[in-house]
Design a protein around this ligand. Sequence first.
Ligand SMILES: C[S@@+](CC[C@H](N)C(=O)[O-])C[C@H]1O[C@@H](n2cnc3c(N)ncnc32)[C@H](O)[C@@H]1O
Length: 260
Amino acid sequence: MLNYLKKHYFYALKFFKLNLQKNKIMRFSYFLKKAVFYLFNKPIIIKEAELDYLKILVPGWFEPGHLYCIDYAIKNLNSDKPILEIGTFAGLSTNIILHFLKKYNKNNLLYTTDWYLNNIKDEDKICDLNNARLACDYLKESFIRNVKTFHPKANILSSDLASDDFFAAWDKNEIKNLHGGSFKPKGEISFAYIDGNHAYEFAKRDFENVDKLLISGGFLLFDDSADYTNWGSKKLAKEVAKSGNYTLIRKNPHYFLRKK
Ligand SMILES: C[S@@+](CC[C@H](N)C(=O)[O-])C[C@H]1O[C@@H](n2cnc3c(N)ncnc32)[C@H](O)[C@@H]1O
């Protein structure tokens, strides 16, 4: 019995050590790929003083290089059709888009959708929360408050639907607006920022839905798509760039494209 336990303990330890090593190697290879990428493709990082406090006050995963892309897209919008953001989290990127709309005197409507971490399970443990699902409400309320606080007059309609359901309602159904009332998402769009689920199948469906609505000359920004990342969104962005239907404006470091 003792030998049996020893043997299994030994294999478990070996497995754990191997995994630890694998993780270390993967992390090292990620940083190496990133370093090489930055050596040849230094992202353009612009400064925007009005956003300095916002970036401290509103939590999020905003990639510094996106500032250049969003500024560029909004400055060069060739239409007054709406903008679409998939994946707002607490509203950092949303407020950044709204900031540039105001800066360039553009009145384009901003549609947003996020399911506010709807994949959290009741039993997940988050500090003293009785039910982990309360965190979804917390995040959604934070988003609403962050938009209301920093851009109270914004031309924005927001949904809490999964992106598939949001697109299913397009041109068809009235859905709840998080800022009050309801709305029907409709028509074409001039710029899409895709930052929802980064797994290939999800990102691809988001792209296919966006592609049907995006006007010629419209802009497309894929989050987490830089060549050194391992996300499905990277695989997808590369395919879109190669499709011949989009011009790659820049990898900054993530794929920023314009529809032909
Ligand atoms: C990386 S965060 C977005 C970060 C945000 N854009 C920022 O810069 O701070 C991804 C968000 O996508 C949302 N999300 C994930 N899968 C989704 C889906 N299928 N439909 C809608 N939202 C989704 C998550 O709830 C999460 O808030």
